[in-house]
Write a protein that binds this ligand. Structure first.
Ligand SMILES: Cc1cc2nc3c(=O)[nH]c(=O)nc-3n(C[C@H](O)[C@H](O)[C@H](O)COP(=O)(O)OP(=O)(O)OC[C@H]3O[C@@H](n4cnc5c(N)ncnc54)[C@H](O)[C@@H]3O)c2cc1C
Length: 376
């Protein structure tokens, strides 16, 4: 990865993206493919934050109903990545089981499934007998489950290098270790880095959990709350668990990677702040996460947990992403903070590329307008 030399001071890129996660890299790649000169800056190595450390779930059933059409569209894009761009992220559309352990959770499961189906998802509610027949590895304690053939997962570890390579091949100039410390708006916005100033005709902010801090560089308040999500990986399991398991209350994700290891997630909270760059595992919370996983899939018992880790996720007040121009800055755009942003990344990246290229977005973006919470 290039680490220094943002180009000569007079150069004006067509597009400049801040943030080398899935949103920024995917958008940068598409903009370069449109023939634009594109630079992408990251404060550290690219693909080291949420996009790198997430659990790899590509869920439709675990999305807010308003995001279901975008998750389905993003899946279409994911499915074309290998043939279109040579990106192999071990994509598996193996289906998904969403479970409820109590009567209350079962009511919620059915209610949300109905709303998601109205939004276009294919979901069936299973009887307990059907659960036993089709997913015998799920606990008999599972009170209710829904199934969607549209859920699956991919490897964040494989996606990062493959996407970065495709972006570089398309012509994106990637500058790692270029933290942006100031943004100067104008006809050609400029940003300051320790290695010099960078100018472009259009600026894209794809800084994930840091987006409130980045927007503040423009005197704009864009609220972003911080989650510190955790994931645990086990040693390879001798049994086979198919597809993605999620939970009616959104507190569990579970899948078995190709090597047999199981990944346990679900948004249990670790400890950390952006200011001190700490993101630590909270061991008590990991134990709760693992206990729940064992209640749902008893076959996990006896496996050793190899490692748990934590990562930052930015959350907006309504849990919908920010996507679109910043109010008052018609050449500065933001794409950040989608719940389930690994699933939604290609769709969000494509929408960012379209608006930065001055094209009509191929899906509606009004509900993501940053102006709904922007001050200043
Ligand atoms: C532990 C965990 C598990 C998750 N599991 C899932 C899952 O299973 N499925 C799913 O769909 N989603 C999941 N998510 C959410 C998903 O990972 C994120 O929504 C998505 O990766 C966000 O991508 P991004 O590009 O917006 O942000 P990021 O990947 O965080 O990238 C933002 C980049 O901006 C850079 N940056 C910030 N400030 C500056 C600056 N001033 N100058 C230069 N660069 C800067 C950062 O260094 C970073 O590289 C999970 C998240 C976490 C943390």
């Amino acid at each position: 990865m290039r680490a220094a030399g943002v180009g000569n001071d007079r150069q004006i890129y067509d597009s400049l993206i801040i943030g080398g996660g899935i949103f920024g890299l995917y958008a940068a790649m598409l903009l370069a493919q449109k023939g634009q000169s594109v630079a992408l800056l990251d404060r550290g190595e690219i693909w080291t934050e949420a996009s790198a450390v997430n659990a790899g779930s590509l869920g439709v059933q675990n999305k807010l109903p308003a995001l279901v059409p975008y998750a389905l569209w993003s899946w279409e894009i994911w499915q074309g990545l290998l043939t279109q761009f040579g990106i192999d992220a071990h994509l598996r559309r193996a289906g998904g089981w969403k479970v409820a352990m109590t009567a209350n959770e079962a009511d919620r499961l059915r209610d949300v499934a109905r709303q998601q189906a109205e939004a276009g998802a294919r979901i069936e509610i299973l009887t307990q007998a059907q659960i036993g027949d089709r997913a015998p590895w799920l606990s008999p304690d599972v009170a209710a489950a829904s199934y969607s053939p549209q859920d699956g997962f991919a490897s964040p570890t494989l996606m990062g290098p493959a996407l970065a390579k495709a972006a570089a091949n398309a012509g994106v100039q990637i500058f790692a270790h270029h933290p942006v410390s100031a943004i100067h708006p104008g006809p050609s916005p400029e940003v300051d880095t320790p290695h010099g100033r960078v100018r472009a005709r259009r600026l894209g902010i794809a800084t994930g959990a840091w987006t409130q801090i980045t927007a503040a560089m423009l005197g704009v308040h864009l609220p972003v709350a911080l989650d510190v999500n955790m994931v645990t990986v086990t040693e390879p399991a001798p049994f086979t668990m198919q597809g993605l398991v999620s939970h009616a209350r959104g507190i569990l994700t579970l899948k078995q990677a190709l090597n047999g290891s199981c990944l346990i997630g679900g948004g249990w909270q670790g400890i950390g702040t952006l200011e001190d760059r700490r993101k630590d595992v909270d061991h008590d919370q990991v134990v709760h996460n693992i206990r729940l996983a064992l209640r749902v899939v008893p076959g996990l018992a006896g496996l050793n947990a190899l490692r748990s880790w934590a990562g930052y996720e930015g959350v907006t007040p309504d849990s919908l992403p920010y996507l679109g121009p910043l109010q008052g800055h018609d050449n500065i755009f933001v794409a950040a903070c989608a719940r389930g942003g690994f699933t939604l990344g290609p769709a969000m990246g494509q929408l960012l590329a379209e608006v930065m290229a001055g094209q009509a977005p191929s899906r509606p973006i009004e509900i993501f307008d940053p102006a709904r919470f922007q001050h200043g």
